[in-house]
Design a protein around this ligand. Structure first.
Ligand code: PGA
Length: 254
């Protein structure tokens, strides 16, 4: 049975003391035994990773980063390597979030390099893809998603135990408070799984890849997404930075 993933993307929202407080609260409130088969992951900013690593160590909560640089080491001012993330205990890394594509000039090519570096260093990449509102209106949603997927995964060969998470996040609903209709998300997620078959073996798509939904997920709508057959988890921004909002999401099963 495949896992259900709940990923907290804290973005640039919390000061150090608030991040520590939220992480401690999440550890306290998460009923992991009743949510078996669920994997909860916190992705703080780089600077908070060491502190949060200590808090989640030996708990059922896992740690992720919001980005990684693609080179292993060297003269790359401000870069953070996959090895450093791994050393701090990160298991996951978000790659290609639409906010990085928009504000930090992330391209499909650099995303591809980051995915490769993540795998080479034993991190699980969470590849974000999604269309803008203009692309959707122009009927380009499928082609945009296919382009993002195929270029991000160009010459990426998954090994037997590798795992890849793909987060479908329609750019126009991120942070809007208005998620897409779960039925529409389900259709898109199923289409993503089908389009992966065009360049990856069927066994890899079924055994090594999970497809998540992201965009204004909250405690009220989370179940509507997680009960869909093609939705393997959720990537949560705003509702993950306050434990009162995040608690019903991580304990969605209860
Ligand atoms: P949101 O963000 O939940 O605030 O819409 C999701 C994301 O950007 O990952």
């Amino acid at each position: 049975m495949s896992k259900t993933y709940i990923i907290a993307n804290w973005k640039m929202n919390l000061l150090p003391k608030d991040a520590v407080f939220q992480a401690k609260q999440i550890v306290k409130k998460y009923k992991s035994k009743k949510n078996n088969n669920t994997e909860v992951v916190i992705c703080p900013t780089f600077t908070e990773i060491p502190a949060i690593a200590k808090i989640v160590q030996s708990t059922d909560i896992f740690l992720g980063a919001q980005d990684v640089f693609w080179e292993e080491k060297g003269s790359y001012t401000s870069g953070v390597s996959a090895k450093t993330l791994k050393d701090y205990g990160c298991k996951y890394v978000i790659v290609g979030h639409s906010e990085r594509r928009k504000y930090q000039h992330e391209t499909n090519e650099t995303i591809n390099l980051k995915i490769k570096t993540a795998f080479a260093n034993g991190l699980i990449p969470i590849l974000c893809i999604g269309e803008t509102f203009a692309e959707r209106q122009a009927g380009q949603k499928e082609s945009v998603l296919f382009d993002q997927l195929s270029s991000a995964l160009h010459e990426v060969w998954l090994k037997k135990n590798d795992r890849l998470l793909i987060a479908y996040e329609p750019v126009w609903v991120i942070g809007s408070g208005q998620a897409v209709d779960p039925d529409e998300a389900e259709i898109t997620q199923a289409a993503i799984k089908r389009s992966l078959l065009e360049f990856l073996p069927a066994t890899v798509v079924s055994d090594n890849i999970s497809v998540l939904y992201g965009g204004s997920v909250n405690g009220m709508n989370v179940k509507n997404f997680l009960t869909k057959p093609s939705i393997d988890g959720v990537l949560v921004g705003r509702a993950s930075i306050d434990v009162d909002n995040f608690e019903p999401i991580i304990n969605y099963n209860i």
